[in-house]
Design a protein around this ligand. Sequence first.
Ligand code: NDP
Length: 299
Amino acid sequence: MILDGKHISQTIRAEIREEVLMLKAKGLRAPKLAVVIVGHNPASETYVANKIKACEEVGIVSERIALEADITEGQLLEEVKRLNNDPSVDGFIVQLPLPEHISETTIMSAIDYRKDVDGLTPENVGRTVQGLPSLVSATPRGIRELLSRYKIQTEGKHVVVIGRSNIVGKPIAMLLMQRPYLSLPGMSAASLGDATVTVCHSKTRDLAAICRTADIIIVAAGSPKLLTADMVKEGATVIDVGINRIEDPSAPRGYKLVGDVDFENVAPKAAFITPVPGGVGPMTIVSLLQNTLQAYLGN
Ligand code: NDP
């Protein structure tokens, strides 16, 4: 069965739209997201435009703050402080990557964790680890939501995560191993968590053998066809986070997007599988909207 992230994300968008309308009907203001973009990186411009559009669709107020690439770290820190203290802004993100002369760690650490809707500040990550209320980074939150909406239980399951990045691998491993009573607010099922999680990376020995013991495999490596059918046990759930551009002369743009899974051969063995595109990707952007609403509600 295909885990249809596109469809689920549309359902969640409709739910958020409804909630924002209800807030306004009560005479309250709408939530507000600010997005800071530094310089003119074309990929970043596209991501930011998509985020602003997604906000508009659900009635979340958004503001795009564009700063020149030669801004100093100090000036960007001032902007972060201004947003931290602006009561009309519930959440904000500083789009990465930043120009080389600016330390991403310094900027991320300066963001008030209560407004950190990307969930990347050390404080939010630490709170997630400790099971305290926190804003979880968008992709792990989206994966968890997708599992939850399809009622895929993780209790007692062996989850293998391929990838140990700060934005995907580590946080999803952390979320799925949590005790459910420590799980984070805003999630729709308490049955997620309690998994036995193995985290793999490029130095892992015999990845295939480890994957074959998995009930759920989450691949976030950025390597096309890394997960092949012989690595997947019959009836496993496969979540493909990867987004890779590969040449395709027959495609209008000369390339197509593929994940990290050999979808064609793995899908027949998997009980559930996410496609690329249309799986985890749409869930990621909707998670940002959920985080903004969560920041607004103060939980
Ligand atoms: P990183 O490059 O930060 O991390 C990749 C991880 O995969 C590393 O831990 C690396 O190991 C591991 N890895 C790479 N190749 C192998 C291999 N052959 N065998 C085992 N492990 C391997 O990537 P991200 O986590 O940022 O992103 C991963 C993928 O997910 C990318 O394709 C990215 O575009 C996509 N992505 C998709 C999102 C979405 O919304 N759908 C959101 C975010 C990312 P090591 O640490 O040893 O180097």
